[in-house]
Ligand binder design. Structure first.
Ligand SMILES: *Cc1c(COP(=O)(O)O)cnc(C)c1O
Length: 373
């Protein structure tokens, strides 16, 4: 069987180093917010190209804490609006509603699956405070128009960088493009810990101090609490693992890109829509847009049948995502809204196996079975 994502194989590549740092952390007697976290934060900030990286418990918390910090800083208040793509993973929306802010869902572009920036302006009103862009499936959602709209309307741009760590736009990494970014190191993400963890990245000094305090009980000094914070800290052991794996991230993303390119060139089926190739190649590191292929997502009008065919032939696939946030029971008040493009995406998408540990035979096998459908 070809697994969708073989996490064991991914982490076994680094087992010697991972076991070594795990032993060091165990022997150190220090398990939270210590030198391993400091080291990873420094290396992550340098990698992404920002002044500050703050390790937190998970990606959802990273996004939640950014908004919570803006509220504490007086930049946002309850009921303010945050624009967000309608087809994102629910965590993006949860970060907004958890802070009693209002998500304003906007349709994506059917070609990129990212927020349709041309639709933004008509959703902006005096309560709008931020645009939360999601670099979905590993493709950067950014352009000059977005920057100009945010500047003109005095809006923050927050990046949900959970799926795109390592991606580059015009020489700048995702996670450094906006005012702040939430990163996830969920085990299945491109940079995966061996458990949950996440980070906020930003160039904003004040925001970084606030996020750090809020993630640690609203405290900067032990037992002195200036804000009503959370407990959302990064474990030393996860930071140590992440420091090991960060070194290999670019090589792994390169391998993902090679597989995606091979899929794009060789999957030939009249009913299948491949990821849209922009006017310039997505595949060469010299180009300004550098997709990191967290997921390889195709569309088919009868997805279920195609998925069954692949399952019968030993190819594991997943759907990202079967139900859009506005149709979830968790968001009953949004259930009556209609987003046709989002609906089409959720009905038709299917994610093929793509991971840096797939062999050439695996990739060819997937192609053969898809093309034979
Ligand atoms: C994974 C993910 C998150 C949340 O990250 P966790 O670490 O699982 O909390 C947020 N947004 C998107 C788009 C994601 O894919």
């Amino acid at each position: 069987m070809i697994k969708f994502l073989d996490l064991q194989k991914i982490n076994t590549q680094y087992a010697t180093e991972l076991k070594k740092v795990a032993s060091e952390v165990i022997d150190s007697g220090w398990y939270l917010l210590g030198e391993r976290v400091n080291s990873f934060e420094t290396n992550l900030a340098k990698y992404i190209g920002v002044q500050h990286a703050i390790g937190v418990a998970n990606g959802l918390d990273a996004l939640r804490l950014i908004l919570k910090a803006y509220i504490e800083m007086g930049i946002m208040q309850e009921g303010d609006e945050v624009i967000v793509p309608a087809n994102t993973y629910i965590a993006t929306i949860l970060a907004i509603t958890d802070n009693r802010l209002k998500p304003i869902l906007v349709e994506p572009d059917i070609n990129t699956y990212n927020l349709d920036i041309s639709l933004l302006e008509k959703h902006i009103n005096p309560r709008t405070r931020a645009i939360m862009v999601v670099h979905l499936y590993g493709r950067v959602c950014w352009n000059e128009e977005l920057e100009a709209i945010a500047r003109k309307n005095n809006l923050k741009i927050i990046e949900d960088n959970a799926q795109a760590i390592g991606a580059i736009w015009n020489g700048r990494r995702s996670g450094s493009l906006g005012d702040a970014a939430g990163n996830s190191f969920y085990p299945g993400k491109n940079l995966g810990a061996l458990g949950d963890s996440g980070a906020v990245t930003t160039n904003d000094d004040e925001l970084s101090i606030m996020v750090r305090a809020l993630a640690n009980y609203g405290s900067t000094e032990k037992y002195v609490n200036n804000y009503q914070g959370l407990n959302s800290r990064l474990d030393e052991i996860q930071a140590a693992f992440l420091d090991v794996k960060l070194k290999y991230l670019d090589a792994e993303n390169k391998r993902r890109r090679e597989i995606a390119q091979y899929y794009c060139e060789n999957i030939k089926h009249p009913d299948i829509s491949l990821p849209h190739n922009l006017n310039y190649s997505l595949f060469t590191i010299h180009y300004s847009l550098n997709h990191v292929w967290h997921l390889f997502v195709i569309r088919h009008p009868d997805r279920k049948k195609l998925q069954n065919h692949l399952t019968e032939h030993g190819i594991q696939t997943l759907i990202h995502y079967p139900i859009p946030p506005h149709l979830q029971l968790a968001y009953k008040t949004l259930n009556t809204l209609s987003f046709p493009i989002t609906g089409q995406i959720h009905n038709e998408v299917l994610s093929l196996p793509l991971s840096p540990v797939m062999t050439e035979e695996d990739v060819q096998q997937v192609i053969n079975i898809v093309n034979a459908y």
